[in-house]
Design a protein around this ligand. Structure first.
Ligand code: FES
Length: 134
């Protein structure tokens, strides 16, 4: 079996039972977000230009709406980012860390390990440890 490497290193630590198949990679547009349900939780999936896939919580804490999948994908240096479609706060797609709170207190998003196996995108039911957590 072949397996496409992921850019989220902690994925290797996720036990098999914790993954949920959400989508075919081919069905995700590049540089765009898509909404998915993982274990009943709304998640925003992002496929970047290099075919890496990232998953963040769909809930935007600044606007209180489930809109992150409609955010604007971009980058800051080598960091892939998404900006909230509401108030434009910018988050690291890999960790959910808030990189620009637009004058507000920084609030991080939950980020989920993602793996692509045989063209199928799997998302962990357990988020990564919060940025800055031990
Ligand atoms: S849109 Fe086709 S599998 Fe997700």
């Amino acid at each position: 079996m072949t397996s496409t490497p992921t850019t989220t290193p902690p994925a290797a630590q996720v036990p098999d039972a914790a993954w949920e198949e959400v989508c075919h990679l081919d069905h995700l547009p590049r540089e765009r977000g898509a909404a998915a349900l993982v274990d009943g939780v709304q998640v925003a999936l992002f496929r970047t230009h290099d075919d890496a896939v990232h998953a963040l919580q769909q809930y935007d804490p600044y606007s209180g709406a489930h809109v992150m999948s409609r955010g604007i994908v971009g980058s800051r240096g080598h960091v892939p980012t998404v900006a909230s479609p509401m108030y434009k706060q910018v988050f690291d797609l890999r960790t959910g860390a808030c990189l620009d709170p637009v004058g507000r207190e920084p609030v991080h998003l939950a980020a989920y390990p993602v793996e692509v196996r045989d063209g199928v995108v799997l998302v962990s039911r357990e988020p990564l440890p919060a940025p800055g957590a031990p």
